[in-house]
Unconditional design. Sequence first.
Length: 303
Amino acid sequence: MTDTKWAEEIERSFGSGPTLPPTATYVASGRAAVRRRRIAAGAASTFAAALVIGGIGWSVMSGDARPDAGQVATDPTPTAAESPTEEATPSTRATPTVAPLADSPDDVRVARASEREEMEGSAAVTVLGDGTLIRRPGWTVERLEVQQSTDRMRMWGIATSRDDGAEGEWILLTWESRGTSSATWNPPGQRFATFDEWLAVTLDEQLGEPGKPIAVVRDGALVVTARAITILQEVPAPAQAAAYGPVEDQVAVRLRLADGTELFGRVDPAGITTVDPAVLETPTMAAFLRHLEAQGASGEGVR
């Protein structure tokens, strides 16, 4: 009997059949399918979340009510940079501080070191922007007379002396609430024998109508613009007044005011500067002209 391998014969009787891919191929295909399912699931959840977020953004954002795929949820509270600036109301705006009115010599303090530079070229007493009066070190305020005091303006007449015995100053000082100030000052006895006389005339000069001096020189001639002034004597183009400007534009006068007071004056196109006869050697025109010359030569002038 022929020795036959029956098992091999039986297997060949079914034919070769289809050729199957390697096992690794099945494993790779299975893993790819799992990844596709996970990606699909993630996309679906992301889309759903996007719909929810987009809905929130649309509901809280102002402006156009149409849906916008680009909108996202926002905090409706503005940040500090976005917050509108509040305008100050009159009740919240800072009010400038104004110093109490100085009405006695004790109210004038010595200038601090940081303030002394501001006093260069000014009178011995000056006023700060808030209405505070200050004085130079080494000076004493002998008298302080309040001439005007309103919410908008203050004016003082001030008599000072120097602690070293040198010449003091008589001062008319004005302050306005906007922070501006002005001062007129003379050495005692330069124009008037007493502080009260100097202050009265200086006030008249300062408070008179602007642009309306009581006398002027026009084309070399004296023109009196105040009816209450009487000219007693005049000297056109006085040589002794050369230090004050062209002598042909000046006139020296002796005049009488309405109340009978007699004064001497130097008149030019800008107006008149008066001098009390009591400061002269004698109450004469010659003495007045010598006074003009001496004051001009000293550099002080007659102010």
